[in-house]
Design a protein around this ligand. Structure first.
Ligand code: NOJ
Ligand code: CA
Length: 815
């Protein structure tokens, strides 16, 4: 300020000198300045913007007429005025923009340019096009790109909630104590909707928003995982009365812009049992469960988990010091399900279930079923594991395949991190994808990531922006639903203590929309919408060495080939590369953003067309792709993949046509609830429970591929099955439960179909929690199954049990 004033004085002095002293300068010529208000607009596809007021402000007595031209409007956007119009001095013109349904999600620089004779001025407006408004939740999430937000660390949209009276002192305005609240809130997320939409993000995963403990341990629960009341909103994120107002408002704003909301929900525990509020829980403000005096058995009171390979300890012991909820207790079962369903009724689209490895596995099937019974949703859980060699890897995919809860893809995350932070070998990634694609029934539903709030950011492990870009590009092209951790697109990291928690939970200090990472995410998120190979396709490695990975995704005629060279120095000659892409030239879909270029595909046989040899320079990513119109109805997704008659499920894909056709379960037609070219919703028909090949027939009679769906017997409730006096088991052997309903494996005795392995903290008694159809009489038996599959059946006859119609059940029998 001071400097500018002094400069002005100097200039005045100089100009006075030039004029020979004493004489006055001629009056400045009349001119005008254009101004636009507001200067940024967020507009959803298929909607009209709020009005922009464009004013021609006269300067120095300007009285002329300004001719205005609107520049930079993308195809599909129209303005309410002609693209050229006139404005008299001092006048304003109101302009709105009508955004068509297929305009890409992005930030578009629009310019109003005005001229009058030799004078001109312009007013820039940033037009952010977001996705079309969402009206209902869906069971298909595969096309989404998720952005993970630690709400407290994102943006402070409401300073009045920073240090609320009921939890005073847990806020640090200086942002130096990493264990206190820093001010981010739900209003802040709402205010940054344009930033998110412009990045092409279609879903946000927010840290747990429930009311957390009000007393520090001394740490504050800024992360949200220390619930005190799962039916209210935390006052630091919403308002002092813990109401849903800010939450509902944020969800509505997200949906208005085509952004789905994923709530992180933790059913395993309440809060620390040794500090703060000592594990206690409230139910909508009313005291409900006390850990320190627990006559009703709301909590498990077991030691801290010591062996993370022991399924009994994992589920029934205490995770660190977190008061461990007993999900088999009828009151806790109801509390947790009611809490989750309340979020669903507040229009949440999906849930990330915290610590699914630590809550009771069998109970979680009924938890998921409660959600699907209430309406369409997508569920994924946190099953922390190091890789596909993990002791419990089998249990992880068995859980994902049968529970209705997909998983965060930790094996792929650790492989990616090894490659892109430790210069590991690409075979690690490729082997993980191959193994998981065999073991998981729906690999495209795995939720993939390279960074999260529990591990150091990639840039803290290795501060190499190239590798971050390459990791993000591959993540966004790879099978599974990708998650971008907030701030990665701004290259944020804090390396204190290796960048470990809490130093990975950085303050979002920058919202720059021009970073390479921001643009890359936008571009790849757009591809996920436009090319079904990314959401629904198969995965095939086409060329690999330790530095180079060329991955092909294919869904019928939709194809994408991504090539990454992560080497710092070495270019590689790519010879002998084949692709399913049809013969022609392909430009780099990323337009050279990461150094990519075009390729030539020549004629080969079948799906193996040769790519003309090329050199792939170090630190290069290229994406070549093609997505022709679908030649037939093609199913890429059913969600959920299991459920009882009457629940709503979603089929997604392409080429369904706009006129309603049929959804067939074998020879039985399902009631169709909605039909579009890419999405069909239907009610599961009342067929005999079991596995069905679902097929879609278009209105004109064309039939699709099939996809498998398991019809359950009925809505599920959790039952604890106990067998006493089971036979002795040798190493590798365990007792399993099987029964006459599909939920118990339909009398099958493979390790994958039967329920188990059961748990034996006190052999020869074994027990397990399993979710079974409410109000049905079931028959069941136990079996000893060896690692090689050899079965020793419990001698019959089968046990009989009438499952309660509500609540939880338990049954004990003698082998
Ligand atoms: C895993 C979460 O991601 C982590 O941040 C949290 O502290 C624990 N589960 C316990 O809720
Ligand atoms: Ca705040």
């Amino acid at each position: 300020m001071f400097g500018i004033r002094r400069l002005t004085l100097v200039l005045l002095f100089l100009s006075a000198g030039c004029n020979g002293g004493g004489s006055t300068s001629p009056p400045p010529p009349p001119s005008f300045s254009l101004s636009a208000s507001p200067s940024s607009l967020l507009v959803a596809q298929s909607t009209t913007s709020t009005p922009v007021t464009l004013t021609a402000n006269p300067v120095n007595g300007f009285t002329g007429t300004v001719s205005v031209t609107i520049g930079g409007l993308p195809n599909g956007v129209n303005s309410s005025t002609n693209s050229t119009f006139t404005l008299a001095a001092g006048d304003s013109q109101i302009v709105t923009f009508m955004v068509g349904s297929s305009v890409g999600r992005a930030n578009y620089p629009v310019t109003f340019s005005g001229s009058s004779g030799t004078v001109s001025s312009s007013a820039p407006v940033t037009l952010t096009v977001s996705g079309a408004p969402l009206t209902t939740a869906t069971g298909n999430f595969k096309q989404q790109v998720i952005y993970q937000i630690v709400t407290d660390r994102f943006f402070d949209g409401d300073p009045t909630n920073n240090d609320p009276p009921q939890s005073k002192g847990l806020f640090d305005a200086t942002k130096t104590n990493w264990q206190l609240y820093w001010g981010g809130d739900l209003a802040g997320i709402q205010q940054k909707m344009a930033y998110l939409a412009g990045m092409g993000i279609t879903a946000i995963w927010i840290s747990p928003p429930v009311d957390n403990i009000n007393v520090g341990t001394p740490n504050a629960p800024f992360h949200g995982y220390w619930a005190r009341d799962m039916k209210r909103i935390e006052e630091h994120f919403g308002d002092v009365n813990n109401t849903w107002a800010a939450f509902d408002s944020m969800v509505a704003a997200a949906h208005q812009n085509g952004i789905r909301v994923i709530v992180d929900f933790a059913p395993n525990h309440s809060n620390p049992d040794d500090a703060g509020e000592m594990g206690a829980l409230l139910d909508t403000g009313v005291p409900f469960a006390t850990f320190t005096s627990d006559p009703s058995g709301f909590f498990h009171h077991n030691p801290t988990i010591a062996n993370f390979n022991d399924p009994y300890q994992l589920q029934y012991y205490t995770l660190v010091d977190l008061a461990d909820l007993n999900q088999d207790n009828a009151s806790i079962d109801k509390y947790l399900k009611d809490s989750l369903l309340q979020f669903q009724s507040h229009r949440v689209d999906a849930f990330r279930i915290d610590a699914v490895k630590h809550a009771t596995w069998g109970w979680e099937y009924s938890f998921a079923n409660a959600v699907f019974t209430a309406g369409p949703a997508f569920l994924f859980g946190e099953w922390f594991q190091g890789g596909t060699g993990d002791t419990l890897y089998f249990d992880s995919h068995k859980f994902a395949n049968h529970s209705g809860i997909s998983l965060l893809d930790f094996p792929l995350a650790f492989a990616m991190r090894d490659v892109f932070a430790n210069n590991g070998d690409f075979h690690e990634i490729d082997n993980t994808i191959t193994t998981e694609n065999t073991d998981f029934a729906s690999p495209n539903d795995l939720v993939t990531f390279v960074d999260n709030h529990d591990i150091p950011r990639l840039l803290s492990v290795n501060n190499d922006m190239n590798w971050l870009h390459e990791a993000l590009a591959l993540l966004l092209a790879c099978r599974g639903i990708p998650v971008v951790l907030y701030g990665d697109e701004q290259y944020l990291h804090n390396d204190t203590n290796g960048g470990n928690d809490p130093f990975n939970r950085v303050w979002m200090s920058s919202f720059d929309t021009s970073t390479t990472a921001y643009k890359l995410i936008n571009r790849m998120a757009s591809l996920r919408q436009a090319n079904s190979a990314l959401a629904y396709g198969t995965s095939q490695q086409r060329w690999i060495n330790s530095d180079v990975y060329i991955l092909e995704r294919q869904f019928f005629g939709d194809m994408a080939l991504i090539a990454v060279n992560k080497s710092e120095t070495t270019p590689y000659n790519i010879t002998g590369l084949f692709t399913a892409l049809t013969p022609r030239n392909y430009a780099d879909y990323l337009n050279g953003l990461l150094g990519g270029f075009g390729i030539t595909v020549t004629n080969g046989s079948g799906n193996n067309n040769p790519v003309t040899a090329f050199s792939l320079p170090p630190h290069t990513v290229a994406v070549w792709q093609s997505a022709p119109a679908a030649a037939a109805p093609q199913i890429g997704s059913i969600g959920p993949l299991l459920g009882q008659s009457g629940i709503s499920a979603t089929i997604a894909g392409q080429g369904f046509g706009v006129a309603m056709g049929k959804v067939m379960f074998g020879s039985t037609a399902a009631a169709v609830n909605s039909w579009s070219d890419t999405t069909v919703t239907f009610s599961v028909p009342g067929v005999t429970p079991g596995s069905y090949n679902v097929q879609l027939t278009t209105n004109s009679g064309a039939t699709s591929n099939t996809m498998s769906f398991t019809v359950l017997t009925g809505p599920l409730i959790p039952v604890t099955f106990t067998v006493t006096n089971a036979p002795a088991t040798a190493a590798g052997e365990a007792i399993f439960l099987t029964g006459n309903v599909v939920e118990l494996g339909a009398n099958n005795t493979t390790r994958d179909a039967a329920v188990g392995p059961m748990l034996a903290p006190n052999p020869p008694t074994w027990f397990i929690d399993a979710s079974v159809p409410a109000g049905i009489t079931i028959q069941f038996l136990f079996a000893k199954i060896a690692a090689n599959g050899t079965v020793t059946m419990e001698p019959g006859p089968a046990h009989t049990y009438l499952v309660p119609s509500i609540g939880v059940g338990s049954v004990t029998v003698n082998w």
